[in-house]
Design a protein around this ligand. Structure first.
Ligand code: ZN
Ligand code: ZN
Length: 358
């Protein structure tokens, strides 16, 4: 799976002769092969494509990349020289680059290496292309989601008083990888008791206790694509207030899911869920956005947030994750991921979300 053709089709309308992709996510999106860190450069022109990498990756790149010429960079042939050679041969003038990810130092080097080219910011172009997932991408994201759900089913058996947050986080990593994940899509967040009021806290050696909420936010990576889900479960017993807060978050999430469809602005989608939480008197305790897009990276654009007044495109996969966080006491977050269509959305998450008391 690669996206060379769709990137190429976007060049002329954007007034570009080529696009130079150097950040890991955009290189992977373009050619479907993942060489890590900064060890790759991809150049797509209106009628050709190149991918260069170093000796550690060259054999795998040659085996896996189709539809692009694969070349080796080494001390005698640095990336700048290789790209400059193609730019001169093909007469490239306006070349898009990863302005959202390139360091200032790298930008300075590319300016020196490509003096005849105008370097044009192109991150927004790639972000726009990456926002709408195709069938192949969606298939990988669903597989990643199913792996995470299997891991959740297993880890529920481990949650009991005395077990630590760190142990549960490690179990999730082990289970997802043993069920076929290439990696985790981010380090799992497993929090319990008062720590659940910190939306993105870090798991500690604190043991789970009876009466705690346990919040687990985690995802698998499959074929280079992310899943993301959060479930909050209770241990032993809950107070009436915990039950009420949980029911409010779930109602807010369902209101957001009901409002989710292509063409709705990120702001309005966030608003649909936020209205429910505000009406229950917890508006100040919902301290983040309703959702973010995901795909090759765990956080992509566009967001379902108060700051996004643009319509969400068909095919985007966006999280639905309202939360209520009562500082020093407890918090609840419930997260699914939605694939937006013209008529509404497909919820890619199948795991139950009624309050579970273990
Ligand atoms: Zn998450
Ligand atoms: Zn998320």
């Amino acid at each position: 799976m690669n996206h060379i053709a769709s990137i190429r089709a976007a060049l002329a309308p954007a007034g570009l002769d080529a696009v130079l992709l150097t950040c890991r996510a955009n290189r992977f999106y373009a050619v479907g092969y993942d060489s890590h860190g900064t060890d790759g450069a991809c150049l797509i022109t209106r009628d050709d494509a190149w991918y260069w990498t170093d000796g550690r990756y060259i054999e795998a790149a040659q085996n896996e990349i189709t539809d692009a010429r694969v070349g080796l960079t080494d001390r005698a042939s640095p990336y700048g020289q290789l790209v400059a050679g193609v730019a001169a041969r093909c007469g490239l003038r306006r070349v898009g680059f990863d302005d959202g990810a390139m360091t200032v130092a790298d930008y300075g080097r590319w300016r020196q290496d490509l003096p005849a080219c105008e370097l044009v910011p192109a991150s927004a172009l790639l972000t726009g292309l990456r926002a709408s997932k195709d069938v192949g991408e969606l298939d990988r994201m669903v597989r990643a989601q199913r792996i995470a759900e299997r891991a959740l089913t297993e880890v529920l058996n481990d949650i009991r008083p005395g077990v630590t947050e760190s142990f549960l986080a490690a179990r999730l990593v082990f289970l997802m990888r043993s069920f076929g994940a290439g990696n985790v899509s981010f380090d799992p967040i497993v929090l319990s008791g008062a720590a659940t009021s910190v939306p993105h806290g870090v798991p500690t050696e604190k043991p789970v206790a009876a009466g705690d909420f346990v919040t687990m936010d985690f995802g698998a990576l499959y074929g280079g694509y992310c899943s993301d889900m959060t479930r909050t479960v209770a241990v032993g017993h809950v107070t009436d207030e915990m039950q009420h807060v949980y029911a409010t978050v779930l109602a807010a999430q369902r209101a957001g899911i009901a409002a989710a469809k292509a063409g709705v602005t990120g702001r309005d989608l966030d608003r649909a869920a936020r209205d429910v939480i505000e009406a229950a008197g917890y508006g100040a305790a919902f301290t983040h956005s309703f959702g973010h897009s995901l795909g090759v990276e765990i956080h992509e654009s566009p967001n379902a947030s108060p700051g996004n007044d643009q319509p969400l495109p068909a095919g985007c996969v966006v999280s639905a994750e309202p939360g209520i966080y009562l500082a020093g006491r407890f918090g609840v977050r419930i997260e699914d991921v939605l694939h937006l269509t013209a008529d509404g959305c497909d919820n890619l998450t199948r795991a139950p979300k009624e309050l579970l008391i273990l």
